[in-house]
Design a protein. Structure first.
Lengths: 304, 363
């Protein structure tokens, strides 16, 4: 039974990685840049939700149904709105002027933004960790109490599936999605076809950042320590997941995130807690050496 | 003597290299004089060895990123290998080599060798990959090195070195001493590092990197950066030259790591994480890709800047200011519109200066 419970923990952790990785992979696919500030947007989202919930639940009548639902829903929505605005503003101020610049310049700017967000958070909210209250509490007990699944775990997995299906439909069917695919294929040609490339990139950042807010809230519900550097390591791991699945590919990010979460949980459970990061990264390296463009990535041949 | 050329001709690259040596020597001499006069605060004095380490790190990373043209996000991993192997070597030789400078030199050589071995192990598989994939794999290797050192326990007694993954398993004799204690890192290290050693390491690094770039091998490396396919088609071995640049870079980083590790009485593996790699990368990019002098200046100034900002009202905001400066510099240097504006402003200021000069001259 412990195998099953580890598997569920792994899927839940993997779902969080997958949601974050989707943000990385969409931005990479369209803007061809590694947005290292993505992990810190997660942290901002979690903080916004934390303060919104704390503020609202104080004003609610204790014990009423509204008190159990409104602060959480409002917190998540507010976090999504704030992060969406934040993502678009970051893109407009820091990345848009560098559209023609070499990719390394954009990478360093993204690192600058990441430091800015971490330090701004530290000034605004302090360096001391906050204890995040889970948005849903409780758990179901199955198989005579040997298998406990918390509601947060279920919510995480369901949210991830919904996002995955929604995003695939949006990109596969909608007009905006078509524009995104066109931009990722060839920006110049897309512009000639009348697609507003800048607007498309902004929308990509908006979606990615809203997803980051969701991921931040879900992550802090499962692992409740919240501080200015909370987003950094999950950000790197999710980036790894995106590369693992083939960066630029949406199903790849989903698969990569899920596998990474499961591998990490199983290594922690069966091999070594201390070495789990090393083993996760080792698996990544082996995969990339065997399949250099990631699991589901496309191989683009080089031309002279 | 040929007798044909009467004027001594020095090539531009040689002049550039000589300027770099001269700059480092002058700054070192000036700093020593200022220290002698007591004009440099203790805080800044304690920063001198780390500054030297970061200068070497930046120059060596510039070899990989600027000159070879491959993005590496795991340079701190080599520093880590060098730091801990250097600490262990220095502790082993405590009795055999009583002279501290010699022990430091041996430790730095050992650090360099370990860094280089790491470079070969990582470079061989990694250099097959390209672009962002290469970057992520170097990142992964850096994290693996950090993680492995965090679980490693190494102790020393009269029977030699003991390795284990738990402190209890070290099985040391009563006189034995644990050098490396997993997440606690290396503690009780004898501080051997000195500013002079750092200065010499910078000179050696400059000598190695500048002569490499200005050699046949260096030109092969540059051609790989500029156009890999064209270089390959004229018979340049991609693996050989890529690995050469990568390993030399790793050796230098290892030596810098040994110096860094021996500058503190305790060092933890988490010091050499992704953020340190990124920090060095920032020095390289801000100094200018491929520019050795830029790397030296950027590393020295940016290592000292947060310390210099550490006073008065801006203390709380110093890292925020640092981040904003970083973003603004990247925007101004890379955006054509902003760059044009800055160039115009510079021209105008220079123009005014010239005008005043000529007017002054007329009077």
């Amino acid at each position: 039974m412990s195998f099953l419970s580890y598997l569920i923990t792994g899927i839940s952790l993997g779902s969080i990685y997958a949601i974050i990785a989707l943000g990385y992979t969409m931005v990479y696919g369209i803007a061809k840049m590694l947005n290292f500030a993505h992990g810190d947007v997660i942290m901002v989202g979690a903080y916004v939700c934390f303060f919104a919930m704390a503020g609202l639940s104080g004003q609610m009548e204790a014990g009423s149904l509204a008190a159990a639902v409104v602060p959480q829903v409002a917190g998540v929505l507010l976090a999504m709105v704030v992060c969406t605005i934040l993502g678009v503003v970051i893109e407009g101020l820091a990345y848009k002027p560098l559209r023609q610049a070499p990719s390394l310049a954009v990478l360093i700017t993204a690192i600058g933004v990441s430091w800015f967000l971490q330090n701004a958070a530290q000034l605004l909210w302090g360096a001391a960790p906050k204890n995040f209250t889970s948005i849903v509490s409780g758990a179901v007990s199955l198989a005579d109490g040997t298998l406990n699944i918390s509601y947060v775990t279920m919510l995480t997995v369901v949210t991830c599936l919904v996002i995955m299906v929604g995003l695939t439909t949006f990109i596969g069917k909608g007009k905006m999605g078509k524009a995104m695919r066109a931009c990722s294929e060839d920006k110049a040609a897309a512009q000639l076809m009348g697609i507003n490339v800048n607007a498309t990139i902004s929308v990509t950042f908006a979606i990615g950042s809203a997803l980051a807010a969701v991921a931040g809230v879900l992550m802090c519900s499962a692992y409740p320590t919240l501080m200015p550097t909370t987003g950094a390591l999950p950000g790197i791991k999710a980036f790894t997941a995106a590369v693992f699945g083939g960066i630029g590919s949406i199903p790849g990010a989903f698969l990569g995130g899920l596998l990474l979460g499961i591998i990490e949980t199983f290594t922690k459970a069966y091999i070594s807690t201390d070495l789990s990061d090393a083993i996760v990264f080792l698996v990544l390296i082996v995969v990339l050496l065997v399949k250099p463009s990631g699991l589901l990535g496309r191989f683009v041949p080089e031309k002279v | 003597m040929s007798g044909k050329t009467k004027t001594l001709r020095v090539r531009k690259t040689t002049v550039n290299a000589l300027i770099n040596y001269a700059m480092v020597i002058v700054v070192f001499a000036a700093t020593q004089i200022l220290i002698g006069q007591g004009a440099i605060s203790n805080t800044i004095q304690s920063m001198l060895v780390p500054v030297c380490c970061y200068v070497v790190m930046a120059v060596s990373l510039n070899l990989t990123v600027g000159i070879l043209g491959e993005l590496s996000l795991g340079h701190a991993g080599f520093m880590s290998l060098g730091a801990f192997s250097g600490i262990i070597a220095a502790t082993l030789l405590q009795d055999a080599v009583p002279a501290a400078p010699l022990r430091l030199a041996i430790a730095m050589v050992v650090g360099g060798v370990f860094g280089g071995v790491g470079g070969v192990i990582i470079g061989l598989p990694v250099l097959r990959l390209r672009g962002d994939y290469l970057a992520i794999v170097t990142l992964a290797f850096g994290e693996i090195i950090k993680n492995v050192i965090q679980v490693l326990y190494i102790g020393l007694d009269e029977n030699g070195l003991h390795f284990a993954t738990k402190e209890a398993n070290l099985a040391l004799s009563e006189t034995g001493k644990a050098i490396l204690k997993g997440p606690m890192g290396a503690t009780g290290v004898a501080k051997l590092a000195s500013f002079t050693a750092g200065f010499l390491l910078i000179l050696i690094t400059l000598f190695v990197v500048q002569n490499l770039v200005d050699s046949r091998a260096g030109r092969a490396i540059l051609s790989l950066r500029d156009n890999r396919i064209a270089a390959e088609s004229v018979g340049i071995s991609v693996t050989k030259y890529k690995l050469m640049a990568f390993v030399i870079s790793a050796v230098l980083a290892g030596a810098a790591g040994a110096l860094y590790g021996l500058n503190y009485s305790s060092t933890v593996a988490s010091k050499f994480d992704f953020n340190t790699s990124i920090l060095v990368l920032v020095y390289v990019v801000l100094g200018g890709l491929g520019s050795i002098r830029g790397s030296i200046i950027a590393a020295a100034v940016l290592t000292l800047l947060p310390e210099l900002l550490r006073n008065g009202a801006i203390n709380d905001y110093r890292m925020l200011i640092y981040a904003i400066i970083l973003i603004l510099v990247m925007l101004v240097t890379n955006n054509p519109t902003l760059r044009g504006g800055v160039d115009m402003a510079v021209k105008r200021i220079r123009g005014i200066g010239k005008k005043e000069q000529t007017e002054g001259g007329a009077q």
